[in-house]
Design a protein around this ligand. Structure first.
Ligand SMILES: NC(=O)c1ccc[n+]([C@@H]2O[C@H](COP(=O)([O-])OP(=O)(O)OC[C@H]3O[C@@H](n4cnc5c(N)ncnc54)[C@H](OP(=O)(O)O)[C@@H]3O)[C@@H](O)[C@H]2O)c1
Length: 277
C-alpha cells in the first residue's frame, strides 16, 4: 500500500535541542534544557502550552556510557524519569512522540548486525535506560515512533564523536589507537535526520533502525578517515572489548541493519561529510 504523506503543517518540538544530534535537526523548535527541562514536568507543560506541538522528538539524554556506569542514578533519572515525563505529557496532549534510541539496547554478542526483529538485551547501564525509555514510550503512546541508531557523525560544531576525534588528532599529526574488535554502523546525522523527517511525514509508528549501510570497526573507520584526508599520522589497531579495567559493559557488535529501510553506504556519507570540512 502506498504511504500517505501528511498534508497538515506539523509543529515539531525537539528536546535536547542543543546536543550533538538535536542541534543538527533542520526543522522544528529545538529547545535546550533551559527552555524545556525534561526533569521538570512544569517546564514540559509550559513548552507544550506555548508551542502547541503535534510531534515531539526526544533527544535529551545522558549519553556518556562511562558516566552512566559510574553514576547509574543520574542515568536512570535523565534517561528513564525524563523520558517518562515527556511520554506522559505527549499522552495527555495527544502529541506524537519520536524517541531516539540506540544500538546499546542489544547485548552485542551476535556475529551480524542487529535488525528490528532481534530481541533487545542490554548489558550496560546506558543500554538498560534506553531500553526502558523505549518501553515507556511505546506503552504510554502506542502510535509513537522509536528510531534506533548508532555511531553518529557529521556535526562539525562539536568535538563529540569518534569521527571528529579522529580528524582532530590526525590533523595535528597525532597517532591513533582504535578498536578492531568492536563493530558498528557509522551514520551521518544529515542522512539520519532526513530519514526521521520522512518517517514523521508518513506518520510511521513502531521501531525503525536508521543507519547508513555497513558494518565496520573503529580501526577501519579511522583508517578510512586517514585515507580520505591523506593524513600521515598512524592508525594502530587495539583490542577494546576485553581491555582490563574497562568498566563499561559493551559487546562486540554495535552495528544495526533494517528490515524496513536502506540508507546509502557509510563510506559515501563519510566522504560527503569530510568534503564539508
Ligand atoms: N551520538 C550518538 O552516536 C548516538 C548514538 C545512538 C543514539 N543516540 C541518541 O540520540 C539522541 C541524542 O544524543 P546526542 O548525541 O545528541 O547526545 P548529547 O549531545 O549528549 O545531547 C543531549 C542533550 O540533552 C541535554 N539535556 C541534559 N539534561 C537535560 C534535561 N534535564 N532536559 C533537557 N535536556 C537535557 C544535554 O544538555 P547538557 O549538555 O547541557 O547537559 C544535551 O544538549 C539520544 O536519544 C541518544 O540516545 C545518539
Amino acid at each position: 500500500m502506498p504511504k500517505v504523506m501528511k498534508k497538515s503543517r506539523q509543529v515539531i518540538l525537539v528536546t535536547g535541542g542543543e546536543g550533538n544530534l538535536g542541534s543538527q535537526i533542520s526543522f522544528g523548535q529545538k529547545l535546550g534544557k533551559d527552555k524545556l527541562d525534561v526533569l521538570d514536568p512544569k517546564s514540559i507543560s509550559q513548552a507544550f502550552d506555548y508551542y502547541k506541538p503535534s510531534v515531539l522528538i526526544h533527544c535529551a539524554v545522558l549519553i556518556d556510557m562511562g558516566i552512566c556506569e559510574s553514576y547509574p542514578e543520574r542515568a536512570f533519572e535523565l534517561n528513564v524519569i525524563g523520558t517518562f515525563n515527556v511520554a506522559k505529557a505527549c499522552r495527555e496532549k495527544g502529541v506524537k512522540m519520536v524517541y531516539i534510541s540506540s544500538c546499546s539496547v542489544f547485548k552485542g554478542d551476535k556475529s551480524t548486525p542487529y535488525s528490528e526483529s532481534d530481541t533487545p538485551e542490554p548489558i550496560s547501564v546506558h543500554g538498560q535506560t534506553k531500553r526502558i525509555g523505549e518501553i515507556i514510550t511505546s506503552t504510554l503512546n502506542p502510535n509513537s515512533l522509536i528510531v534506533r541508531t548508532g555511531w553518529l557523525f557529521g556535526n562539525r560544531h562539536t568535538s563529540k564523536g569518534f569521527v571528529n576525534y579522529c580528524i582532530k588528532r590526525l590533523k595535528s599529526h597525532q597517532d591513533i589507537e582504535a578498536g578492531e574488535d568492536r563493530l558498528g554502523s557509522p551514520t551521518y546525522i544529515r542522512d539520519f535526520v532526513e530519514e526521521v523527517k520522512k518517517l514523521i511525514d508518513e506518520d510511521a509508528s513502531g521501531i525503525f533502525h536508521v543507519v547508513n549501510t555497513g558494518c565496520i570497526s573503529y580501526f577501519e573507520l579511522a583508517q578510512n578517515i586517514k585515507r580520505m584526508k591523506s593524513f600521515s599520522a598512524e592508525v594502530r589497531p587495539v583490542k577494546v572489548v576485553l581491555v582490563q579495567g574497562n568498566k563499561v559493559k559493551r559487546g562486540k557488535m554495535e552495528a544495526l541493519t533494517s528490515d524496513k529501510i536502506t540508507l546509502r553506504p557509510w563510506q559515501e556519507a563519510l566522504e560527503e561529510y569530510i568534503k564539508t570540512l
